[in-house]
Design a protein around this ligand. Structure first.
Ligand code: FAD
Ligand code: DLZ
Ligand code: SF4
Length: 510
């Protein structure tokens, strides 16, 4: 008989390894210390994965499969995927292992050595739950001087005929991003997010996580997330009904006390397989055709899934393992303590860290333009930033996290993923949020102890990295402004930055 290994982010009935299962084959699922602690994942992320795994195992059993499920606390639990596979082979006399490729390079590299170590055949199948295969992305990228999401996205729109009419984009443009940058309006009403009911399985898992992972980051409760395919579908439908219409307009907006805004909060479901990308895309497209949501919202949402999600995955598998080691700016500063406890006078960072801690979620602009922007400007070591993002978000898996952090946020890849770093001063955060209204710093002040640190850190970053960035055509205006700056202003920038970094190094509350 064959042993079919299903990982915690492979909870889809159409996962290729399941397609090869015969009636007498055994499906193995296991909660293991190695996966739960290779980074110290947020407590909510572990609870989500374990509970969703247990529910998926039960649904497999009900559809007639034989499932061997190792709970975290089982006395025989060997603690790692490899050891659990080895134990199952010995117990069951399995002659072959079948697994769908994992989403992280470290695990794929390990699995490629399993056949030899285990002494049985190990088949590693391609994960077909994505909309572009490895080969397709490789073929698309090959021979291009520069790869850019926008062109890849257009091909994907054509391939799946999404918002396409007679070969061209519906509405006449491929991308409506320019309509998706509205700041929040005073008194904006944000709908309540999806909230699932806790069942006995999730309740048991919450107790387990509280007991076994007390030192991990994050608040375990309240736990609102869906843990079954049916509930994840309900969350998707609620998004389409209640939030999608304003998704585009407020995609980049941030409001204190409103962590969820008009986003979909489905990445965690997509990434473990409770939702499929094409069903999310079609649901949004249908809402457009039914007149429930405007084109800027629907196109914007679809671009994230059909464009960005597939594009970052393509880059990950194309560039790993070297991609992870790149550090274009040679950044080496330690991650500040406030990324863990939110203790900082910078209100934007405090809000984003505290929401991350509470929800294992922050929306894209919080991740990119607040948390990421600071890490970029302050020159934080990419390895430390990567580890932080990989462990704090419930939707984080390296194939999607690394290119976003390393490429989009830190420009550590020197421009493979994007054409310029997303560096911004306090003016951007002021425009797109109300964070500055209750901050100890003054966003209008450019220098001095009370000035918003993003303001002088921005110019210090551009000055520090002059040799690496001046030639970038998209930064021409920045360096023109820098060249016109008086010596007095330049000195003030570097003195403020030096003072700030010293305070950071001394673990003072900045
Ligand atoms: P929405 O804003 O509603 O977007 C819809 C969907 O589009 C998301 O669910 C997601 O599947 C997809 N999507 C949107 N933007 C991206 C993107 N840039 N890359 C890939 N998919 C995207 N996304 C993850 O799934 N896992 C991560 O670990 C992750 N880490 C990130 C780290 C940084 C520094 C940044 C800037 C972005 C990261 N993203 C990550 C992308 C994005 O921020 C999240 O997908 C999104 O915030 C999830 O919330 P949502 O489901 O409400 O998304
Ligand atoms: C994220 C995660 C966690 C916390 N725990 C498990 C686990 O115990 N067992 C398992 O099979 N998978 C888990 N996962 C998901 C894996 O880390 C994921 O499959 C790999 O990182 C590859 O994407
Ligand atoms: Fe953030 Fe600066 Fe605004 Fe304070 S003033 S919230 S630090 S951008």
């Amino acid at each position: 008989m064959k042993l079919i290994l299903i990982l915690g982010d492979q909870l889809s009935l159409n996962i290729p390894s399941l397609q090869l299962a015969s009636d007498d084959d055994v499906i193995l699922m296991c909660e293991v210390r190695s996966e739960a602690t290779y980074v110290k994942h947020h407590k909510k992320k572990i609870a989500f994965v374990f509970s969703a795994m247990r529910h998926f195992a039960e649904s497999l059993r009900q559809s007639g499969h034989i499932v061997r499920y190792t709970k975290y606390t089982d006395p025989e639990n060997a603690g790692s995927l490899y050891d659990e596979v080895a134990r199952a082979i010995a117990d069951l006399r399995a002659t072959e292992v079948i697994v769908t490729e994992p989403g992280e390079y470290r695990l794929l590299a390990e699995m490629q050595g399993w056949a030899e170590r285990l002494g049985v055949q190990v088949q590693i199948l391609e994960d077909t739950r994505f909309l572009a295969s490895h080969q397709e992305f490789k073929d698309w990228a090959q021979g291009r001087k520069q790869i850019r999401m926008e062109y890849f996205y257009r091909e994907m729109r054509r391939k799946y005929s999404v918002l396409v009419d007679h070969g061209g984009p519906i509405g006449g443009a491929w991308n409506y991003d320019s309509e998706n940058r509205s700041p929040p309006k005073e008194g904006l009403q944000v709908p309540a997010p999806f909230q699932d009911r806790l069942d006995p399985v999730t309740t048991e898992v919450l107790t387990l996580v509280a007991e076994k992972f007390p030192s991990h980051f994050g608040d375990l409760e309240p736990f609102p997330y869906a843990v079954t395919q049916a509930a994840a579908l309900e969350a998707l439908r609620q998004f389409v009904r209640e939030r999608l219409a304003l998704f585009g307009t407020y995609q980049d907006a941030m409001v204190e006390g409103e962590p969820w805004m008009f986003h979909s909060h489905i990445a965690l479901y997509l990434n473990v397989g409770l939702l499929e990308p094409l069903e999310c895309i079609r649901a949004a497209e249908q809402a457009y055709h039914d007149g429930h949501a405007p084109l800027n919202a629907v196109e914007g949402f679809i671009r994230q899934i059909l464009g960005w999600r597939e594009y970052v995955r393509g880059i990950y598998w194309l560039k790993m393992p070297a991609y992870k080691e790149e550090n274009y700016f040679g950044a080496s500063r330690a991650l500040p303590d406030f990324y863990w406890d939110g203790v900082t006078q910078m209100n934007c960072l405090r809000q984003c860290v505290l929401e991350t801690k509470q929800n294992a979620y922050a929306h894209h602009i919080q991740r990119l333009m607040v948390l990421g922007n600071f890490a970029l400007l302050a020159g934080i070591d990419p390895q430390e930033v990567n580890e932080w993002y990989l462990l704090v978000y419930a939707d984080a898996y390296e194939w999607v996290e690394l290119p976003n952090v390393h490429g989009m946020v830190l420009f550590a890849d020197g421009g493979v993923l994007g054409s310029k770093p997303y560096a911004a001063s306090g003016a951007y955060i002021k425009k797109m949020s109300n964070y500055c209204e209750s901050c100890s710093y003054k966003v209008s002040a450019k220098n001095g102890a009370k000035a918003c640190p993003f303001n002088y850190l921005y110019w210090d970053f551009m000055t520090r990295n002059d040799g690496k960035l001046r030639g970038n055509p998209r930064l021409g205006f920045v360096y023109k402004t820098l060249d016109r700056m008086s010596d007095e202003k330049r000195n003030a920038v570097s003195a403020d930055a030096a003072r700030f970094f010293t305070a950071l190094e001394n673990h003072e509350k900045v």
